[in-house]
Design a protein around this ligand. Structure first.
Ligand SMILES: *[C@@H]1O[C@H](CO)[C@@H](O)[C@H](O)[C@H]1NC(C)=O
Ligand SMILES: *[C@@H]1O[C@H](CO)[C@@H](O)[C@H](O)[C@H]1NC(C)=O
Ligand SMILES: *[C@@H]1O[C@H](CO)[C@@H](O)[C@H](O)[C@H]1NC(C)=O
Ligand SMILES: *[C@@H]1O[C@H](CO)[C@@H](O)[C@H](O)[C@H]1NC(C)=O
Ligand SMILES: *[C@@H]1O[C@H](CO)[C@@H](O)[C@H](O)[C@H]1NC(C)=O
Length: 243
């Protein structure tokens, strides 16, 4: 590494100036991961208070945020409530409620791969869009390239997750060491698009469009059609909104 001396001094000062924060070593972090985590003001929490998958509804928390839960036997659940603002039309703020659960695995390289069961869904509210409020299936495998758990002498355990592209999520505090989750099984029936062959050309076009969107969204979570732009905004939003 090519650090200039003043810069190196600064880096060292920065690392030594925070004695209250200790990062857990890998093995300990894997154990400590089990439980429920929540960002910011901790209004968003996985479990019965957030999503009702059976009727695809949500209970809106008081403030935005994210929450992740992990069990010892390899299940996860995610609850997310976000606003995405649009620089072009600042009055058009899109709200997104998102819920999913499934199996997670910590890979030997330290990544966490989360594979959904298939019953996840999200609600998009965009007052400026032609379709201003809709619910859609959400079934994307999410890879987090790295995770870190810190023990903060004031706020306790803190989880840092890094998305597939390295973007950090808002830090989450451990609000419970026993995971607070909905049952870890399919909680609603989802119809798979298996009858594509029998459909007419027009419908096929639509399906292909949605497939293209899905591919673009792998690893992140998308808002409506503007996948790329929305993901970038989420990265920023997560880092700034919910600290
Ligand atoms: C969905 O189900 C929950 C739990 O039974 C109920 O409280 C809620 O009112 C229902 N919501 C809608 C929109 O039907
Ligand atoms: C959801 O995604 C998982 C993992 O890719 C897949 O096994 C499952 O079939 C999908 N379910 C639905 C309903 O699309
Ligand atoms: C770690 O392994 C997983 C699964 O093999 C892979 O998807 C991911 O890209 C790897 N992460 C890094 C940082 O190489
Ligand atoms: C799915 O549908 C089957 C058949 O209608 C029903 O027995 C089952 O309870 C449903 N499962 C859920 C999770 O709603
Ligand atoms: C912002 O709004 C403009 C105009 O409504 C739209 O074309 C664009 O796709 C929006 N951008 C995002 C990131 O939603």
């Amino acid at each position: 590494m090519m650090f200039s001396k003043p810069l190196l001094a600064l880096v060292l000062a920065a690392t030594t100036a925070a004695p209250a924060l200790a990062q857990l070593p890998g093995s300990q972090a894997a154990t400590q991961l089990v439980g429920t985590w929540s960002s910011g003001s901790q209004a968003v929490k996985t479990g019965a208070g957030f999503a009702n998958p059976a009727n695809e509804s949500f209970i809106y928390p008081a403030t935005t945020g994210i929450s992740y839960s992990f069990t010892t036997d390899g299940f996860y659940e995610i609850a997310r409530y976000r606003f995405v603002s649009n620089g072009t039309t600042p009055q058009c703020v899109t709200g997104v409620m998102n819920w999913a659960h499934g199996h997670y695995k910590i890979e030997t390289n330290g990544s966490i791969v989360m594979v959904p069961l298939g019953d996840g869904y999200q609600q998009i509210q965009d007052p400026c869009a032609a379709q201003s409020d809709f619910i859609e299936n959400y079934n994307y495998t999410e890879t987090y390239v790295m995770y870190q758990i810190f023990l903060d002498s004031v706020t306790g355990y803190k989880l840092h997750l890094f998305q597939f592209d390295g973007t950090p999520l808002a830090p989450q505090f451990q609000i419970s060491t026993s995971p607070n989750m909905l049952p870890t099984q399919l909680l609603r029936n989802v119809t798979l698009p298996t009858t594509v062959v029998a459909r007419r050309a027009l419908e096929l076009d639509n399906i292909e469009e949605r497939a293209a969107e899905s591919n673009g969204a792998v690893g992140g979570w998308s808002v409506g059609g503007s996948v790329g732009a929305a993901m970038t905004l989420f990265g920023l939003g997560l880092a700034t909104l919910a600290m």
